[in-house]
Design a protein around this ligand. Structure first.
Ligand code: IPE
Ligand code: IPE
Ligand code: MG
Length: 249
């Protein structure tokens, strides 16, 4: 049965924040005897479809893993080509995102990005910063361990300056130093391509996230499969350490 955006919009248990590990572009290309970059190009179409589908379904936060800290270790040609695809796509799509009232944010280590790249992203972030329909978070040169270490360093600096007492470090303060500050934790994390791992994604933030591993390669992943996963999520019971009886009471 076909699931419509409205079905999800009207569902009481829909996730507030969905985070996606978009995986399988390279294999999609390889299956067709094409260069890996063709898979990344095709993957952009899926990004557009899923961003639109999320907005229409009333999802408030969508985080997409576009490039990991570890992806810098790929062959130089691929790294350069992915970077220019990311920038070209951001430049091309930003006005439509803005028209659709979507706010864009970036998480990750911006110091790694080539000069000029951050300017393009920052322009988009500034343009869309007051938009309210949905927040699209792009994880770029993102590694969760790196993010956590940057947060720890920032707290350590405060202590060194005598501005912070170590006893006052709590979850709220720690979270305020993460790239994801002011973004609620993901409720649902989806990874495509049939790989069952986290690959350094949102380790702190996913403490109580629900996971779904989809077999489709990212370019083969479409709205209906996405909506089916969200509907399945809505049926799960999230207990946060409590008993089922407590949760249903
Ligand atoms: C995901 O697809 C996109 C990025 C990591 C940038 P991959 O490029 O990892 O595709 P596979 O896993 O090799 O198929
Ligand atoms: C994770 O995919 C990163 C992104 C989707 C951007 P990878 O393909 O890089 O992950 P591993 O190396 O297979 O774990
Ligand atoms: Mg991969």
């Amino acid at each position: 049965m076909k699931i419509h955006a409205e079905d999800i919009k009207n569902s009481e248990n829909k996730p507030v924040h969905i985070a996606i590990i978009m995986d399988g572009n390279g294999r999609w290309a390889k299956q067709r005897g094409l260069p890996r970059m063709m898979g990344h190009n095709e993957g952009v179409k899926t990004v557009k479809e899923i961003v639109t589908a999320s907005g229409e379904a009333g999802i408030k936060y969508l985080t997409i893993y576009a490039f990991s800290k570890e992806n810098w270790n790929r062959p130089k040609d691929e790294v350069n080509a992915i970077m220019s695809l990311l920038l070209k796509t951001t430049e091309k799509e930003i006005s439509e995102l803005h028209r659709n009232n979507i706010r864009v944010k970036v998480i990750g280590d911006k110091n790694d990005l080539p000069k000029g790249a951050w300017d393009v992203l920052e322009k988009g972030i500034k343009l869309t910063k007051n938009n309210t329909h949905m927040t699209l978070i792009i994880a770029l040169s993102y590694g969760s361990r790196d993010e956590i270490l940057r947060a720890v360093r920032s707290l350590a600096q405060d202590i060194k300056r005598g501005e912070l007492n170590p006893d006052d470090i709590n979850e709220t303060l720690f979270e305020s130093r993460l790239d994801t500050h002011n973004i609620p934790d993901p409720d649902l994390i989806i990874r495509t391509s049939g790989e069952y791992r986290i690959s350094n994604y949102l380790l702190w933030q996913s403490a109580y996230a629900e996971y779904y591993f989809a077999p489709e390669l990212w370019p083969d992943f479409h709205r209906q499969e996405y909506y089916r996963i969200i509907m399945e999520y809505a049926k799960r019971e999230r207990r946060f350490g409590k008993t089922s009886e407590q949760v249903t009471a």
